[in-house]
Unconditional design. Structure first.
Length: 132
């Protein structure tokens, strides 16, 4: 597998707010072997963007809202593509010296010529501890 990744991010920082725009482009080629005469089995191109806003509510609490969209295309069969769009909202709280809690909500929809279209809504919670 050969993969090429390109990313560009621009961030505006304020005292309590930040706004980030990330653009990316990934190309992946897979073949059955490593010889140069073996044909490529799959070649995909994925490109997308994400806009994220973060607000520091207090020294230990922050909120992030983001919107992202990405397109995956089969480069060997130009009729095959999938588009995913996602909206996300997260609250993060430092609950201890090395422990953080995150509560989030995500809404994602997928349109595709390869698989069934789909919609997902999710709530999630995580608790993380750093051993450093």
């Amino acid at each position: 597998t050969i993969q090429e990744n390109n990313y560009a991010t621009a961030v505006l920082y304020g005292q309590r707010n930040s706004l980030a725009l990330t653009l990316y482009w990934t190309s992946t080629e897979t073949s059955a072997g490593i010889a140069s005469n073996v044909p490529v089995n799959s070649k995909t191109l994925q490109k997308g963007a994400e806009l994220a806003y973060n607000r520091q509510m207090s020294p230990v609490t922050s909120m992030t809202a983001s919107a992202s969209r990405w397109l995956t295309q089969n480069q060997l069969n130009t009729g095959q593509e999938t588009t995913q769009t996602q909206l996300r909202l997260e609250a993060n709280q430092q609950v201890g010296q090395r422990t953080n809690a995150t509560l989030g909500a995500r809404y994602r929809w997928v349109t595709s010529t390869v698989t069934n279209d789909a919609v997902e809504a999710a709530l999630y919670f995580s608790l993380s501890y750093s051993f450093n």
